[in-house]
Design a protein around this ligand. Structure first.
Ligand SMILES: Nc1nc2c(ncn2[C@@H]2O[C@H](COP(=O)(O)OP(=O)(O)OP(=O)(O)O)[C@@H](O)[C@H]2O)c(=O)[nH]1
Ligand SMILES: [Mg+2]
Length: 332
C-alpha cells in the first residue's frame, strides 16, 4: 500500500523489468530527481532491479556539434534493431543551456528510431554538473538494461570535459570525426582521441568522400604516436556515411569483435567492476560533502573560513582539515 504522493518503487521496478517503457521513463526521472525522498526511493528501486543482465553493450558516442551523431545513431540503431537488438539512447549535452529546442531537433533526426518499440531515446538535462551527469547516467544505463535494452548508447557533445566522465561509464568509447582538417586534431584535444576505442569518420559520401579517405589516413598516422585507449586493442578508424548507411555495419562488426575479445579475456568484467567501485567512492565523496555542508555547526563556521581562504590568510588545505576535524570530532 502506498500513501498518496508516495512513490511505489517496488511496483515501478517490477513494471520496468517487464519492459514497460513508461515505467522506464518514470524510473529515470526518479533517479534524476534531487529531492532527498526521491533519492531514497531511487536507491531502493535500483537495488530491486540489480543485478541486471550482463550480456549488454554500453557505448559512448561523442563528436563536435554537427559531426552527425544523431544521424549516425539513427542509422546505427536501425541496423541494430534489424539484427534483433533493443537499443537505448541517453543523450547528454553539458555544453549548452539549450532547452526543448535541441531535444525536439534530436527527436526529429532520430524520428524512425524514436517510433520503434525496440528503441528508447532519452535526452538528459545536466544542469551544468558533470559529476552529476556521470552519477545519474550510470543509473539510467542500469535501468535501461533491466528493462531489456541490450545496447545502451550515451551520446555526448565533444566539448572536452564530458568525454572522460562518459568513457568511465561505458565499455567502449566511439569518437565521430568529420572529413577534412588535415592531420590537425579537429578542435579536439589529443586526450579525447586517446580515449577513443574506435574512430568513425562520418560524411564519407559525395564530395566529401576523398577528404574522408584522407582523414582516415591522417588519423591512422597520428594514432601511431598516441597512446591507445586500451592496451589490448588498437584503435580502429572506419569511414562511414550516416546519411547513406555505408560503413555503419563495419562499425558494428568492430564493436562486436572487440566485445567478444574483452568478454573472453575478462577485461570487460574487470572494467565494469572497477567502474562500479569508482562510482561507490564518487557517491561516498558526494555524500560526505553533503553531510558536511548540511551540518549546522559547520554551516556557522563556513562563511568566516571561506573569507580567510579567499583573502589568502589561510590555505585551503589547512582550512578544509580544520572543518573536517570539527565535523568528525577527532583529528583527521
Ligand atoms: N553528407 C553527409 N551529411 C551528414 C551525414 N551525417 C550527418 N550529416 C548532416 O550533418 C548535419 C548535422 O547532423 P546531426 O546528426 O544533427 O549532427 P549532431 O552531431 O547530432 O549535431 P548536434 O546534435 O548539434 O551536436 C545535418 O545536416 C546532417 O544531415 C553524412 O553521413 N553525410
Ligand atoms: Mg545531435
Amino acid at each position: 500500500m502506498s500513501r498518496p504522493g508516495e512513490i511505489d518503487e517496488e511496483r515501478l521496478a517490477a513494471a520496468l523489468k517487464a519492459g514497460d517503457r513508461r515505467a522506464l521513463a518514470q524510473a529515470i526521472t526518479l533517479v534524476e530527481s534531487t529531492r532527498p525522498d526521491h533519492r531514497r526511493a531511487a536507491e531502493r528501486m535500483l537495488d530491486a532491479v540489480l543485478p541486471g543482465p550482463v550480456d549488454t553493450i554500453r557505448l559512448g558516442i561523442s563528436g563536435v556539434p554537427g559531426v552527425g551523431k544523431s544521424t549516425f545513431i539513427e542509422a546505427f540503431g536501425r541496423m541494430l534493431i534489424e539484427r534483433g537488438h533493443r537499443i537505448a539512447v541517453l543523450a547528454i549535452d553539458p555544453s549548452s543551456k539549450r532547452g526543448g529546442g535541441s531535444i525536439l531537433g534530436d527527436k526529429t533526426r532520430m524520428a524512425e528510431l524514436g517510433r520503434s518499440d525496440a528503441a528508447f531515446i532519452r535526452p538528459s538535462p545536466t544542469r551544468g554538473a558533470l559529476g552529476g551527469v556521470a552519477r545519474r547516467t550510470r543509473e539510467a544505463i542500469l535501468l535501461c538494461e533491466a528493462a531489456g535494452f541490450d545496447v545502451a548508447i550515451v551520446e555526448t557533445v565533444g566539448v572536452g570535459q564530458s568525454e572522460t566522465a562518459v568513457a568511465d561509464l561505458v565499455d567502449m568509447f566511439v569518437l565521430l570525426l568529420q572529413p577534412g582538417g588535415g592531420d590537425e586534431l579537429q578542435g579536439m584535444k589529443k586526450g579525447i582521441v586517446e580515449l577513443a576505442d574506435l574512430i568513425v569518420v562520418n560524411k564519407a559520401d559525395g564530395d566529401l568522400a576523398d577528404a574522408a579517405a584522407r582523414t582516415v589516413a591522417d588519423y591512422r598516422n597520428a594514432l601511431r604516436l598516441l597512446r591507445c585507449a586500451s592496451p589490448d586493442w588498437r584503435t580502429e578508424i572506419i569511414p562511414v556515411s550516416a546519411l547513406t548507411g555505408s560503413g555503419v555495419d563495419a562499425v558494428w562488426d568492430a564493436i562486436d569483435r572487440r566485445r567478444a575479445a574483452v568478454a573472453a579475456s575478462g577485461a570487460l568484467e574487470h572494467r565494469r567492476r572497477e567502474q562500479a567501485r569508482q562510482a561507490l567512492w564518487a557517491e561516498l565523496g558526494e555524500a560526505l560533502v553533503e553531510a558536511l555542508r548540511g551540518d549546522a555547526s559547520i554551516r556557522r563556521l563556513v562563511p568566516e573560513v571561506e573569507r580567510r581562504v579567499m583573502a589568502g590568510r589561510a590555505s585551503p588545505s589547512a582550512a578544509a582539515r580544520d572543518l573536517l576535524e570539527r565535523f568528525l570530532g577527532r583529528p583527521a
